[in-house]
Write a protein that binds this ligand. Structure first.
Ligand SMILES: C[S@@+](CC[C@H](N)C(=O)[O-])C[C@H]1O[C@@H](n2cnc3c(N)ncnc32)[C@H](O)[C@@H]1O
Length: 294
């Protein structure tokens, strides 16, 4: 595959396109409304305002050539979704008032949400990010120009891999360490069975004595829960939830892990994702927190 960035000159407009750029989940134009992210790049990363657009485009192109996730193609990472979550003020207060509290962002991609927490005052050494692809974690350093500055810890590993297997990678070091797990646009990638596997893995990351254990984030929701074909894999499926089926999933995870989890959440009108279509009236944005009750 071409590396579009390698063949890109300075600035915009010289992008070498390939077939991936014609996918509906790729939006050419930068959104107009990414002020919070702009401020983060200006204030946290020290990137001059007039260089922000070109910088974001260049990093996004590299990520798109690695894997064409909608969160990359449709610029969803620019939302800094963690900062818009109703639980964010509480999470911030937990992490800034107690040095022993740690947060893991699972499937963090560029880990933009960890940079949001760090910029808002959380000691970065208490922030952890994990992803299947090391390249995304490295691109996070490029995007935020904070290699050697941020003290957050990053791990490559497959959340679906058997514990103890090679594919599990660095995830094995994360067992039993966390108070809070953020998992945005992550579980919705998988079939029901794989969501159970991934969610059980999330449970294993909590400290055994975590008092207010919670998993929170946003993901695609739907009024018509069920199996949907994966867009980039005709043989694969993903399960899209409403609040009832998501609670059922967590009931099953609880049974498997000897724990109990209560879902609080809402289905909001889905934003018109940048790029073409994909959002029917049944598609919603699920904002959730899953709280350990036992
Ligand atoms: C759609 S992106 C969401 C990124 C980010 N959380 C956000 O909200 O912008 C999903 C991320 O999950 C990662 N991922 C997919 N499958 C995974 C797996 N089995 N184990 C760990 N990470 C995975 C991908 O590499 C990607 O970075």
């Amino acid at each position: 595959m071409n590396d579009p960035v390698a063949s890109q000159g300075q600035g915009q407009g010289q992008l070498m396109r390939d077939e991936r750029h014609d996918l509906p989940r790729y939006a050419d134009e930068l959104p107009k409304d990414f002020e919070r992210f702009r401020k983060l790049l200006a204030n946290y990363s020290g990137i001059p305002e007039d260089q922000v657009d070109d910088h974001v485009r260049a990093v996004r192109e590299k990520a798109w050539s690695i894997h064409p996730y909608p969160c990359v193609g449709q610029w969803r990472f620019l939302d800094l979704s963690i900062s818009q979550h109703p639980l964010y003020p509480k999470v911030l207060s937990m992490l800034t008032s107690d040095d022993d509290k740690k947060l893991l962002d699972m499937g963090c991609c560029f880990a933009q949400d960890l940079r949001s927490l760090a910029a808002d005052g959380v000691p970065s050494e208490n922030l952890y990010g994990a992803d299947l692809r090391l390249e995304f974690l490295d691109l996070g350093y490029d995007l935020f120009r904070d290699k050697g500055k941020i003290k957050a810890h990053f791990y490559e590993g497959d959340a679906l891999a058997l514990p103890g297997s090679e594919a599990e990678g660095g995830l094995k070091e994360l067992n039993g360490q966390f108070d809070i797990v953020h998992a945005a646009s992550f579980l919705h990638l998988f079939s029901w069975e794989d969501q159970v596997t991934a969610a059980c893995r999330l449970v294993s990351f909590f400290k055994p004595d975590a008092k207010e254990a919670v998993i929170f984030g946003r993901q695609i929701g739907t009024l018509k829960p069920g199996k949907y074909q994966r867009r980039n894999d005709p043989n694969g499926s993903r399960f899209a939830h409403d609040l009832n089926t998501f609670q059922q999933l967590w009931d099953g995870v609880g049974e498997k892990t000897g724990t109990k989890w209560k879902l609080e959440g809402e289905l909001r009108t889905a934003p018109k994702w940048r790029g073409e279509g994909e959002v029917s009236g049944d598609t919603k944005l699920m904002i959730f927190q899953v709280i350990k009750t036992h």
